[in-house]
Design a protein around this ligand. Structure first.
Ligand code: SAH
Length: 194
């Protein structure tokens, strides 16, 4: 494993990420929206997560900037990125499939929105955000730069930290007791832990 191969693996992961999401995004346009919490804050959060997970590491892979923050490349760390990367891709696909027509990039409620409690949603309420964290971990392991390597974890952390509570409140407003009892049965992001 070399630094360039690690960068190619990271780029391959991104391409796979896009291939997984694209059909869901295309189909989602056909499903009517009942309510949306899409405001400046939502756009900003999505922008921050996209910048950390895709733009900053992509720019680093192309230019090597900021090289002053490079750390020594470790083949062992890069090899160990396969676990989180494959886990992220699997979970990303699985959570899209489980949410089905209820999925949306931003906080939206569809007409006839159903509360999903099956599949990976049986264990945690935010598997898609967990997949962002796993992607961020693989980015850290594959990209030997303190800024570009950690940017994904910071972006995923801000998205989760500033959005999950608002999302849960939106679900409580709509589903009431049904969502509260779902909350009591599940963990937020790490199965059986938290
Ligand atoms: N936070 C979830 C989903 C992210 S997608 C995760 O990390 O997996 C965001 C959209 O999913 C929100 O607009 C919300 O309407 C919808 N959503 C989140 N949890 C849901 C659930 N359990 N059932 C149905 N829709 C859900």
């Amino acid at each position: 494993m070399t630094k360039s191969i690690a960068a190619f693996i990271w780029i391959g992961g991104l391409i796979a990420w896009y291939i997984i999401r694209h059909p869901f995004q295309r189909r989602a346009r056909a499903y009517a929206v009942k309510a949306s919490l899409l405001d400046t804050r939502e756009w900003a959060l999505l922008g921050v997560a996209t910048t950390g997970l895709f733009i900053i590491p992509g720019f680093y892979c192309l230019t090597g900037i900021p090289s002053a923050l490079d750390r020594p490349f470790s083949p062992i760390l890069a090899w160990s990125a396969f676990g989180p990367l494959l886990g992220a891709l699997w979970l990303f696909r699985r959570s899209h499939r489980d949410l089905g027509r209820n999925w949306s990039v931003t906080l939206k409620l569809r007409e006839q929105h159903e509360l999903v409690k099956h599949g990976v949603y049986k264990f945690i309420r935010h598997p898609m955000y967990l997949s962002f964290f796993l992607l961020g971990i693989s980015q850290f392991l594959l990209i030997p730069n303190w800024f570009a390597g950690t940017a994904g974890l910071v972006g995923a952390g801000l998205l989760f930290g500033l959005r999950a509570f608002r999302e849960e409140q939106m679900m409580i407003d709509i589903f009431g007791e049904q969502y509260r009892s779902y909350m009591a049965e599940t963990k937020r992001i790490i199965p059986w832990v938290i």
